[in-house]
Structure formats: C-alpha cells, structure tokens
Design a protein around this ligand. Structure first.
Ligand SMILES: NC(=O)c1ccc[n+]([C@@H]2O[C@H](COP(=O)([O-])OP(=O)(O)OC[C@H]3O[C@@H](n4cnc5c(N)ncnc54)[C@H](OP(=O)(O)O)[C@@H]3O)[C@@H](O)[C@H]2O)c1
Length: 333
C-alpha cells in the first residue's frame, strides 16, 4: 500500500510503499477514496501525549499519519462482520488497536469503527465526519443531551468541529451562537446561528447578552478564551466542553462538574446518526480544499495556519473525485 509517513516533526511527510498484511478476525480492508485532515494529524507529528500513546500502542514500523477515511470494503477477514465486500463506509483508524493511520490508499479496521454510506452520500462529504463531527456529537448529545430550545455557544464556529456543531445543534432543536471572524459571519448566519465577530471586541462579553448557555463548546483553548468568563456564561447545570485542553485546565477538569473534555473517537454508533444527517441534508460539510494524498504536507501547512473554514481533504492517487484538486485557494464542495 502507498502511505504518507512521518519520520520527525522537522521533516516533511514522505510517500512510502508499505507491505499489505493478511486480515485477522473480523478485520476489513478498505480501499480509501477520501481522507479528512484534522489538526491532530499534524499535532501528533510534533509529539505530545497522543504521539506517546501511539508509539506505545500503535503498530511497529513507520508512523502513518491520519484518522478519518471514507472508502469501499475490498476484503473481509475470516470472521464475517456486518459489511460485505463492496460496501461503502466511513470510519476512523485507531492506533490503540495497533492500526496504521488513514493517510494511505488502504486501511485495515474493524466494523465497529465504520458506518455504511447510502448511495447519495459522497466519499468526500463522509470523510469530513469522523473526528470533527463526532467530537461535536459527543459534546452535544452524549455529554450535554441537548434538548429542544437549549442554547449552545460555539467558540471557533468556522472550524471543522465548529461548523458541524452549529448544524447538529439545529438538528437537535437547539439554538446556536457561533464566535468567528468577520469573513465567516455570513456563513455562520446561513447555518441558522447567531454570529459573534471576535474581531469586534471581547467575544465572551458580547455573548453575555445572548446567554445563558446550556453548553459552551470551546474549540480554541483557554489561553484565548479563559475558563472563568466561559463558566459565567452558563445556565444552571450548563457545561463548558473543552475540545482543546491545556495543562492549566486540569484542576478544573478534575474538580468542577461544569467543565468536561472530549475525545473524538469515531465509532459506528456515533457515525450512523451523522451519516443520516448528511443523507437528509441536515449536515453540509464545507470543504475548503482537496489535495492529492502525495501533497499532504501542503494540507498540513494550511491547517497549521489556523484559518481553515470547514475541512481539508486528501484523495489517494487514482481515487476519482468530483471536486477540483486544488492546493491553492478555498472553494466550496
Ligand atoms: N479533543 C478532541 O478529540 C478534538 C477533536 C477535534 C479537534 N480537536 C482540537 O480542536 C481544535 C479545533 O479543531 P478544528 O478541526 O475545528 O480546527 P480548524 O478547523 O483548524 O479551525 C480553524 C478555525 O478556527 C477559527 N478560529 C481561530 N481563532 C479563533 C478565535 N480566536 N475565535 C474563534 N474562532 C477562531 C478560525 O475561524 P475565524 O477565522 O472565523 O476565526 C478557523 O476557521 C484543534 O486544536 C484540534 O486539535 C480536538
């Protein structure tokens, strides 16, 4: 298989041919058609706790980057699972199960990491879901059990997690307020949310007039939007969900019931409602640019810039896409 590997934080990603291995148990081989890029993909190249865990639990040999993928099951292992050969699926790789990452033309995963795709859902839109939309789903549905009428403040509304959160809030009957910069105000409003422009004064101060909030989904980091004023925006039994955790957040995570964090681990149970939302048009991922897999380094440079609106995708060589391959400028799907 062809895969993009990382040797070190300071050297670019490299294309390598790795040996394919035989399947065991209920494993499936998936021919990858589209790959979602997440900040965690380049953060792991730089080290940190997840890379440490990956070294400990991941497969021996080169470090294949990435989590999100969508593609077609091309082989199933000796123990039959729910997906036959030919099924179109979306999923996330899991290094804690000894798996390589998803920046490759094939992945080996288990059925509980994947959801089937109806014909109407493209590989490209599905590949936007695993880490970003699953993270939003866990915060809104599993941690906060969002009910109709509840209010959600999304800090980082224009990013991959944020745009999914605005749309899922609406689907669950809630009302979203999204914090973004001037260029993204119209987009946030198009998605039915109230926009707060963080370039026009203190965003948390502006949010006070629109609260209190049942959930503050914090995708930016408490160095930018500190925890104490976020907590002051909460309704009784409201929750601040930290998508990005800094060491100074740990005491609050340990001792305050109103502060939680999330690990956006894709599973079938989480992906299925998101695929339904895609199929029904309630979730419309905005794809900023699509890069050939071999240009993954360019995608990481763009993502590191911190200005991506929605998602970046990669497509392996030979995988067809209706979207223009473009490493230059933003465009919609
Ligand atoms: N815990 C987990 O499992 C988990 C899962 C997913 C993501 N994450 C982390 O969560 C963070 C967000 O992920 P993502 O995929 O959504 O990132 P992303 O797509 O790269 O987010 C980029 C967006 O952030 C917005 N932004 C930057 N500074 C902002 C500010 N001060 N206020 C409001 N918005 C701002 C920008 O919009 P504007 O130009 O409009 O400001 C930009 O469009 C990353 O650090 C990622 O590693 C963690």
């Amino acid at each position: 298989m062809r895969a993009m590997i990382s040797r070190s934080a300071s050297t670019p990603l490299e294309a390598r041919t790795l040996p394919s291995r035989a399947l065991a148990g209920d494993e499936m081989r998936v021919r990858v058609r589209a790959i979602g890029v997440n900040p965690v993909d380049w953060k792991m190249r730089e080290g940190g706790p997840l890379r440490f865990m990956q070294r400990l639990l991941g497969p021996r040999g080169p470090f294949v980057v990435g989590v999100d993928f969508a593609g077609e099951v091309v082989e199933v292992g000796p123990v039959a699972g729910p997906f036959a050969t030919g099924t179109r699926v979306v999923g996330g790789t899991d290094f804690s199960r000894g798996q390589h990452g998803s920046y490759a033309d094939e992945v080996i995963v288990r059925p509980d990491q994947c959801a089937a795709l109806p014909a109407a859902v493209t590989y490209e839109s599905a590949a936007c879901l695993p880490v970003a939309a699953v993270t939003a789903w866990i915060a809104l549905h599993e941690h906060r059990q969002l009910a109709p009428g509840m209010k959600v403040l999304v800090l980082g509304a224009a990013g991959g997690v944020g745009l999914a959160a605005l749309q899922l809030t609406r689907r669950l009957g809630g009302r979203a307020v999204g914090v973004c910069s001037t260029r993204n105000v119209a987009l946030v409003e198009q998605l039915g949310a109230t926009a707060i422009d963080h370039t026009r004064g203190d965003a948390l101060e502006q949010a006070r007039a629109l609260g209190p909030f049942d959930l503050v989904l914090h995708t930016i980091g408490t160095g930018v939007y500190p925890l104490a004023p976020c907590r002051r925006l909460l309704a009784p039994s409201g929750l601040v969900e930290l998508v990005v955790v800094q060491p100074s957040d740990v005491p609050s995570l340990l001792f305050r019931r109103s502060v939680r964090t999330v690990l956006g681990r894709p599973t079938r149970a989480r992906l299925e409602p998101l695929v339904r939302a895609l199929a029904e048009g309630a979730l419309d991922p905005r794809i900023e640019a699509v890069f050939p897999l071999a240009d993954a380094e360019a995608a990481h440079i763009r993502s590191r810039g911190g200005k991506v609106v929605g998602k970046l995708l990669l497509v392996p060589e030979g995988a067809s896409t209706d979207l223009p391959l473009d490493a230059r400028g933003p465009h919609g799907p």
